[in-house]
Design a binder for this molecule. Structure first.
Ligand SMILES: Cc1ncc(C[n+]2csc(CCOP(=O)(O)OP(=O)(O)O)c2C)c(N)n1
Ligand SMILES: [Mg+2]
Length: 358
């Protein structure tokens, strides 16, 4: 990990170049419905290793079970729209979610439903939202790319590449201004680093020493474009270090490694130590979205090699005889929630104009 560098002096050029990011942060601060006032700094109590092993496995199995149900509905033509799944990347939400408090903020990508699940809120309103039901988190109007839950600090999954970084930076700034010790985690892909807005946010986060953690899921592809064809320098953490962030590069398929580096970053952010960028090496062993085979721009051998590194299989092997019963329990619970959610009514058409801010 690198140490945070001292703040740079603010020249007029710097001020001009940060205008866009500053505007985004101000909007995010304005829209937040936060409880004001300082409260005591609470660091997460350490969890026993054996407890963590089971929690990670449960979290990963739950996420895979949710995706299996969604894929079946989509394949049967019963679920409309694009479905961006994250098979092979389950260790990231499992490890990251375990390092956060309920009142910490999270923003994520169109592939970020796992982080919403891992934040620990009840499953039914999440699934109901994805299925477009009135009992969903957003009344069934947002779907999978717009999962919001203020009670659990979920400030949105997001279909616009890189956009969620600005919302999280705004939330981190709000937490700092209100003298709370909340932190904001934002999840982005490797491709998002080529969005100018993300660079502006990294610069701002260092200047303001925001309690922000950027977890970059480096799955080696932006849609169908390999990293080497979209980035002049494939060292993503190096780019963040250039802005002055603390950085780390980890195996994103190891939930324990994710948990450890996240805990370090969270504790640093809570205690005024500033932002961290984590580059996590991972791979989606499924297509970019439901209609993509994932082969063509990638070889079958490459996909198979990464399947062999599946975090789910590794953790099942680690838990040994306990794994099948845990998996069966989680899968049955997810199945039951899908059945319950599927039977629920959709939103009232007359309510189409409510809860809409645009
Ligand atoms: C601003 C913007 N530009 C382009 C797109 C189209 N698009 C959707 S996903 C994607 C690839 C993003 O890749 P990455 O950030 O690596 O995330 P991954 O899909 O690999 O998880 C692109 C270009 C978009 N949604 N938003
Ligand atoms: Mg990617």
């Amino acid at each position: 990990m690198q140490e945070v560098r001292g703040s740079s002096p603010l020249s007029s050029t710097t001020l001009f170049s940060i205008f866009f990011a500053d505007a985004c942060l101000r909007v995010a601060v304005l829209i937040l419905n936060l409880s004001p006032g300082p409260h005591a700094c609470k660091l997460a109590p350490p969890m026993e290793t054996s407890q963590r092993d089971e929690q990670f496995y449960r979290s990963m199995v739950r996420m895979r079970a949710v995706e299996t149900e969604l894929l079946a509905l989509s394949s049967a033509g019963q679920l409309r729209g694009s479905l961006h799944l994250a098979q092979g990347q389950e260790a990231l939400p499992a490890g990251a979610g375990a390092a956060l408090r309920k009142d910490d903020y999270v923003t994520a990508t169109y592939r970020g439903h796992g982080y919403v699940l891992a934040k620990g809120g009840p499953l039914l309103p999440i699934i109901a939202e994805i299925l477009g039901k009135a009992a969903g988190l957003g009344g069934g109007k947002g779907g999978k790319m717009h999962l919001f839950d203020l009670e659990y600090g979920i400030l949105g999954t997001n279909g616009i590449v890189g956009a969620a970084v600005g919302t999280a930076a705004g939330a981190a700034w709000a937490a700092q201004l209100q003298k709370t010790d909340r932190v904001a985690l934002t999840v982005c892909g490797d491709g998002a680093l080529n969005q100018g807005h993300v660079s502006e946010c990294m610069n701002m986060a260092v200047l303001y020493q925001l309690p922000l953690i950027i977890l970059c899921e480096n799955n080696l592809y932006s849609e169908m474009t390999p990293l080497s064809r979209s980035h002049g320098d494939v060292n993503l953490a190096g780019r963040a270090a250039g802005f002055g962030l603390n950085t780390a590069q980890i195996d994103g398929n190891d939930p324990e490694a994710v948990y450890q580096v996240m805990s370090e970053a969270v504790n640093r952010a809570r205690t005024g130590g500033g932002p961290t960028f984590i580059e996590a090496a991972t791979y989606r062993t499924i297509g970019h979205y439901q209609a993509d085979s994932g082969i063509g721009y990638r070889t079958a051998e490459e996909v198979e090699a990464w399947r062999a590194k599946s975090p789910l299989d590794h953790w099942a092997a680690k838990l040994g005889k306990r794994a099948p019963a845990i998996a069966a329990e989680e899968q049955a619970a997810v199945r039951a929630v899908f059945e319950e959610a599927w039977a629920l009514p959709g939103p009232d058409p007359l309510a189409a104009g409510t809860q809409v801010f645009a």
